[in-house]
Design a protein. Sequence first.
Length: 293
Amino acid sequence: MLDWAAAGMLIVLPALVLRASLSRGTPSAIDEALLRITAPLQAGVSWVVEGLGGMWSRYVALVDVESENRELREDNDRLRKELASMTRRAFDVEALEDLAVVKKRTPADTVGARVIGAPLSPQFRVLRLRIDRGDRDVQPGMPVIVGQGPVGRIDKVYGDYADVMLISDPSSKIEVVIPRTGGRGLLIGVGKPDSYTCKIEWLERNLKPEGKVAIGDEVVTSGLGASFPPGLVVGKVSKINGDDGMFQSVEVDPTVDVSRVRAVMVLLAPPPPPDPDAKQKKRSEPAFGGRPL
């Protein structure tokens, strides 16, 4: 019986509240009492419904924002990859142009190679270069150059790859000359952990005042030793250590920044020696040992 009474109240009460809400004019005492009682309840229900609606709207908005963020992140990753690829291509094009210039002005058989590795020291100094040419193309001892100057020599060859010993390595030795003074010497790598500094040992000392070596003097390959062609710029004198009689000792900063080298040229054979008679005009000889009448 109580259940039926409660069910009846649940049916009748909403109907009375609806009638009181829709009634026009001055409400009756019963309608006013119902409105007073149900108004706070309606306000609470409205607040809850609006709150749930706002939460749902914000949830949908967050889902849309997350989807947009995901798309933006994907686009950002794609653009970064494209930028990296374009940057690599730009480096490759620049390196290939540099190699073309080197090959054109080098009077020797050469082969191009791409740098595929550059192991670093703890001080982030490149220790050697690894190129994509192997035992079918190169041999140990072959000079390696770029447009700016000499890089080093082929050190080890294994399979399809080879390691290049840099001119800054203590085992590297190159015959060089200082054009301003004419002094010749042997360029040897110092092997510093934080720089590519080299030194010239047994540098011939010019006794004339104008023949004294100065900081900033250019150092080039002499062409002796049947390895590097003459005239390649090695670097500039950065420090003068002193002299011992007829010889001096200086330090040289190399011109080539090996950390930026992407491609190199390997000299397969030493360049031919210059023809001493190339610039001399030869007098025509008489035919058959006689002179025309």
